[in-house]
Design a protein around this ligand. Structure first.
Ligand code: FAD
Length: 547
């Protein structure tokens, strides 16, 4: 290779799963065109996540993707149910609606869950990222990474797996979204917190007519006791196609190599409970040579979410058991938190220290999410329906709180890591509450209004804030959109002031990722408020107040 072969990019994203693809998409919408490499020839090889929570939809919706996501919701969306039985043909031991306790009430979010398979969502996000100018290269692997380049950035080598051609890459930043095996994090010698790996399973897809065993039933997921307790049977989109996950135990000397296709066919017959079931194992994607995959489940959080100019996101930074549908959704939220910070630093609008707030904000969220997922796992297996109902998952999804230099903290400090989004306080550090406003007679959520740019929302008597925000934004070279609720925008339900916790002349500054960064309960008094607002904005952007 010669120097001429070197490709220069602001951001190299490693991994084309939902976290990497979302990072690429969010960056393109902020004017940064990353290079993304993914070793697989195509998007996800199995559906994996099938339930995307309202926060993920709130993130994709302002980008115009909700309609397409809804159009690709699974035909099983009307049956978000989990069942338990010894075998599929046997008696059902339990059945419950996975979303019964986690659907947001109407006033809490403009969106509901989306029951879309992860591979379908990845296709949509990939197309949108490519449409926005991201250079997305599947079938391309990261071969080496030199993260010690200092101001020179990161040097990497990537290889096209079909042609074998290598390309040298110099990137200002690398987002390591390379999944739970976390090759980059491991290379950089960054360890993880407990509990660690908890389970191992083999997965395979098979075609079979299970009409008799189903007896007219439909479900999203079946937990079966045969051939091993914890076996999972999942109906796929194609009629008559199934995925089976069977736990194995390394401590008993078992390993993925023990699961031949023939043995897997036998395991599927045991799980269904029909000894002579006619079935065929199929590759998870056409042409894929391997029909049996394996994975390690459990829970861990990386000790650090970055190393110099390399930032870890998604499963590369944290893994949670699939008990609360948190895995993929947490990766999307990481990508969303990171993308605006990267874009602001790359565009010179923020100081590099803004990137330190990524770990300060996302690592604690990963930790409480993991704790919640572990509790949920225990309650599902050993607890009661009442205990399950008492777990406040909605607060975990929509009410987690950030505490970092990119948030203007208020005193007294609030209690606990989450707040109930049903009774929002509007405090800095929390997701800006959803309130229906009105523009030109059309309904508009504050969630859609405060997306992709700094937004200052003021009360009806807060007209003076426009000049204050304009002066501060101009001196720092950033854009701040200003809207006056009750004047520029209708507030038909009269919820705005209460939800944001400000008076009629107050203002709330929302970051490009939809989190409240600062607020003033009352109106501006110049010049004090002007400089207070300017100082707050400069601090949020890790700039000194003079810019
Ligand atoms: C069976 C199952 C069910 C699940 N159910 C749910 C659920 O209901 N809800 C939920 O939210 N989550 C669920 N999850 C978890 C969810 O699928 C993961 O959290 C999610 O896939 C993580 O996305 P990611 O992009 O961070 O990592 P991944 O999806 O693992 O993507 C990482 C990518 O990086 C690529 N890569 C790695 N190294 C390199 C390299 N050197 N060069 C190039 N590319 C590389 C890999 O090929 C991979 O495609 C489930 C997972 C499984 C296995």
């Amino acid at each position: 290779m010669t120097e001429a072969d070197e490709h220069t990019t602001a951001v190299l994203v490693v991994g084309g799963g939902i976290t990497g693809l979302s990072t690429a998409l969010f960056l393109t919408r902020l004017g940064v065109r990353p290079l993304l490499v993914e070793r697989h020839p195509s998007t996800a090889i199995l559906p994996q996540a099938r339930a995307f929570n309202p926060r993920s939809l709130e993130i994709y919706r302002p980008l115009g993707l909700e309609e397409e996501i809804r159009a690709h919701e699974s035909i099983l969306a009307d049956f978000p149910e989990m069942i338990g039985a010894e075998t599929l043909a046997g008696e059902e031991r339990f059945r419950f609606d996975l979303l019964a306790h986690v659907r947001p009430p109407a006033g809490v979010s403009p969106v509901d869950w989306a029951m879309i398979d992860q591979d379908e969502l990845e296709r949509i996000v990939r197309a949108a990222a490519e449409g926005g100018g991201a250079d997305v290269r599947f079938g391309t692997e990261l071969v080496s990474l030199d993260a010690d380049g200092g101001d020179e950035g990161v040097r990497a080598v990537v290889r096209d797996l079909e042609s074998g051609t290598e390309l040298r890459v110099r990137a200002d930043y690398v987002v390591a979204a390379d999944g739970h095996r976390a090759g980059i994090r491991e290379r950089l010698d960054i360890g993880v917190d407990q509990p660690g790996p908890l389970s191992h399973a083999v997965y395979f897809v098979f075609d079979a007519d299970l009409t008799d065993s189903l007896r007219g039933r439909r479900f999203l997921l079946a937990y079966l006791d045969e051939p091993v307790i914890g076996t999972v049977l999942v109906p796929l989109r194609e009629a008559g196609r199934w995925m089976l996950g069977v736990p194995y135990y390394p401590e008993l000397g078992e390993g993925p190599g023990d699961f031949s296709e023939r043995r897997c066919a036998e395991l599927a017959r045991l799980a269904v409970g029909v000894a002579d079931l006619d079935l065929t194992l199929v590759p998870p994607v056409p042409g894929w040579p391997q029909k049996v995959s394996h994975s390690t489940g459990g829970g861990w959080v990386a000790h650090r979410f970055s190393s110099g100019r390399v930032l870890f996101a998604g499963d590369a930074a944290h893994v949670v058991p699939p008990s609360g549908s948190y895995g993929a959704n947490t990766g999307i939220a990481d990508a969303h938190n990171l993308a605006w910070k990267l874009a602001a630093v790359i565009r010179g609008q923020a100081g590099p220290a803004l990137l330190d707030t990524y770990e300060q904000e996302r690592r604690p969220v990963a930790r409480v999410t993991l704790d919640q997922a572990m509790r949920l796992l225990r309650v599902r297996y050993e607890g009661s329906a009442d205990e399950l109902a008492a777990m406040d998952e909605l607060s975990m999804i929509l009410g987690y709180r950030y505490d970092s230099a990119a948030i203007s903290a208020e005193t007294p400090a609030p209690d606990g890591p989450v707040e109930d989004p049903r009774v929002p306080s509007g405090r800095p550090g929390l997701r800006a509450p959803h309130v229906w406003l009105e523009r030109d007679g059309a309904q508009l959520s504050t969630i859609d209004l405060c997306a992709g740019a700094f937004t200052l929302l003021t009360g009806p008597d807060g007209g003076d804030w426009r000049a204050v925000a304009g002066a501060a934004a101009a001196s720092l070279g950033v854009e701040v959109d200003v809207h006056r609720a009750g004047v520029d925008l209708g507030d038909p339900e009269e919820r705005f002031l209460g939800a944001f916790g400000i008076g009629p002349a107050g203002a709330s500054l929302v970051r490009p990722d939809g989190f409240v960064a600062w607020r003033a309960e009352a109106g501006p008094e110049r010049p004090e408020s002007e400089s207070a607002f300017g100082r707050a904005l400069a601090r949020i952007l890790s700039r000194d107040a003079t810019g």
